[in-house]
Design a protein around this ligand. Structure first.
Ligand code: FAD
Length: 547
């Protein structure tokens, strides 16, 4: 295939200007490859560009989410809070792009609509929504696991005449909530952030809850000057701890199991956990929290007491108590003043399991209980997790095979970076990566991809494709991990079960970074035996690749 007119003809095409794509661009450029990046949005940031709803912020500590490849960068950026709000993160990512002169490589408003592998030349021909066409030897899709919106299939959504936004596509001009009647649909990680952020401004707020989640306090705070100084002084130690952490956090694992402590000690420990920051409540908890249902139930009982103590109306408190799933089975949301909001006279809770939405009307939301007239609807209804973006990019590999068909029964990958039949195609930060603090393990993948491309170049080859055996082994490992009690459980979006018709497959990798590191080391030791390296037919110019 010879493309008519190419806007760019490069070694590497990166798709997505989120935290993963920015780093991938930085790394491959540093390794001497020519590179273009295409981004559907009009700016840098990915998640932190699109999710600008009130209350959007980290659950990872800001300085553990930040890049660690440059000490100067770490030193010069002053995070204001332990868990930064969206505008701060968007500013940070823009700062990184400008500081390392990456913007000239980026093209915004360019959604990839088709990417076709040309076997003769061993390269990818990529079309974007801005009418441009690009050719690249290597295609790297850093398109995110939470970048494709999900709306539940309720009739009439388009009929609503008021203001309506999904949290994952929030407009850049502020939405005026003051004195408005507002509905928030969904109480996952985004819904529980937006609810307390707007409750004081609105005339009325109706929260539509399908599934109650085990919410615990984020315990955010400003970073004091002393802490700031300590963070800088501890840069090397922080980096070493994060590099060694399976989930990429600083939180230290606990060394005791639930029933090793007396009831009194347990109560004190639970209070300590309740007051601990963010994901400490998973990582620094009793060692058996996720593996022993009886241990998990003890902690849940403590949380039930908390909900009943905070929420004054007993009926509302009961509806806010999760039923039928353990703590940690779903992605645990971390909150600031969420349960307290339900004590406000202008806030009410609708349990959609009891009174489902019948339809959206032009002026409000109709449930079995009647119509609630509203001015604004906030859809906090989540994403097509894991494979959503990759399945919508028109990716066609060897013999024209479509990625979405290749993965019709769920993704099959090696290291969460490559799949068979799609040579020279990589997807860091996609399905089967680890689980935890995203930039840490997505960064591991971006590092390895860069080393792999360099290896291909230095070996005199130009095409690399993972072998079926390696893919099978990795995919089985991921699937087996999903069966273990330590995983996030059956019903969470980690299995894609929030999307009707999506095959139920585990989309993360519960073996975490240690397994990723181990397998990467094996790849290097065995001189890339897991992959098939070759020379594209058109490139066979007489040079013999080394054995
Ligand atoms: C509200 C919210 C809070 C979060 N908080 C945390 C947190 O505290 N800690 C944490 O570790 N993770 C968090 N996450 C997960 C978050 O998605 C990741 O941390 C991180 O942003 C992933 O970066 P990424 O670059 O891989 O993907 P993204 O940030 O999603 O970027 C992908 C980019 O690819 C672009 N793209 C997709 N398809 C195409 C296409 N076909 N053509 C062109 N461009 C395309 C998208 O527009 C997007 O800009 C949060 C997610 C959300 C939604």
């Amino acid at each position: 295939m010879e493309p008519a007119e190419l806007t760019s003809d490069v070694d590497v095409l990166v798709v997505g200007a989120g935290v993963t794509g920015i780093y991938q661009l930085y790394r491959v450029r540093g390794a001497g490859f020519s590179v273009t990046l295409l981004e559907a949005g009009d700016g840098v940031g990915g998640t932190w560009y699109w999710n600008r709803y009130p209350g959007a912020r980290f659950d990872s500590e800001s300085y553990t989410y930040a890049y660690l490849f440059s000490r100067e960068l770490f030193d010069e950026w002053v995070w204001r809070e332990h868990f930064a709000e969206q505008p701060e993160t968007e500013r940070y990512l823009n700062h990184v792009v400008d500081r390392f002169a990456l913007r000239d490589h980026m093209r915004f408003g360019a959604r990839v609509t088709q990417a076709v592998y040309d076997e003769a030349s061993g390269s990818w021909i990529v079309d974007a929504s801005d009418g441009t066409r690009h050719r690249a030897r290597f295609l790297i899709a850093a398109t995110g696991v939470l970048s494709v919106l999900y709306f539940p299939d309720v009739p009439g959504r388009e009929d609503f005449q008021g203001v309506s936004h999904h949290t994952g596509r929030w407009p850049s001009t502020p939405v005026d909530f003051v004195g408005k009647r507002v509905a928030v649909i969904g109480t996952g990680s985004s819904g529980v952030q937006v609810v307390p952020a707007i409750a004081a401004d609105v005339e009325s707020l109706t929260v539509y809850q399908r599934t109650a989640n085990w919410c615990t306090p984020l315990n955010n705070a400003p970073i004091t000057p002393d802490e700031q100084a300590r963070l800088r002084a501890d840069f090397d130690a922080i980096r070493a701890t994060l590099d060694a952490s399976p989930s990429g956090f600083l939180h230290v694992p606990h060394d005791r199991a639930t029933f090793e402590d007396s009831e009194e000690e347990r109560r004190a420990f639970y209070e300590k956990m309740w007051s601990s920051p963010g994901f400490a409540k998973l990582i620094s908890h009793y060692t058996d929290l996720l593996v022993d249902p009886a241990a998990n139930a003890q902690w849940c009982e403590f949380l039930v007491d908390k909900i009943r103590t905070i929420v004054k109306d007993p009926a509302t408190a009961e509806r806010l108590i999760p039923k039928g799933h353990r703590f940690g089975e779903h992605r645990p949301p971390f909150v600031t003043g969420y349960y307290e909001v339900f004590n406000r006279p202008n806030v009410s809770l609708v349990d959609l399991k009891q009174t489902p939405i019948v339809r959206v009307t032009s002026t409000g939301i109709e449930t079995a209980d009647g119509v609630e007239e509203v001015d604004i609807i906030v859809w906090a209804t989540g994403f097509d997790f894991g494979t959503g973006a990759l399945a919508r990019m028109g990716i066609r590999g060897r013999d024209g095979v479509a990625l979405e068909e290749h993965w019709a029964d769920g993704p099959r990958t090696f290291l969460g970076i490559q799949t068979t039949r799609f040579p020279n195609f990589f997807f860091p930060g996609g399905p089967h990566a680890a689980a935890g603090n995203n930039p840490r393990y997505n960064g591991d993948q971006a590092d390895f991809i860069t080393e792999t491309l360099t290896h291909v170049r230095e070996s005199g080859f130009d095409t690399i494709e993972v072998g079926a055996a390696a893919e099978e082994k990795w995919t089985s490992m991921v699937d087996r991990g999903a069966m273990s009690p330590g995983s996030f459980g059956e019903s969470s979006y980690y299995f894609g079960t929030n999307i009707p018709g999506k095959p139920r497959k585990y989309l993360l990798n519960s073996a975490g970074r240690p397994r990723l590191f181990k397998e990467i080391a094996r790849v290097v030791e065995t001189d890339y035996a897991a992959f098939r390296l070759s020379r594209a037919p058109e490139r066979q110019d007489g040079r013999t690749p080394p054995e």
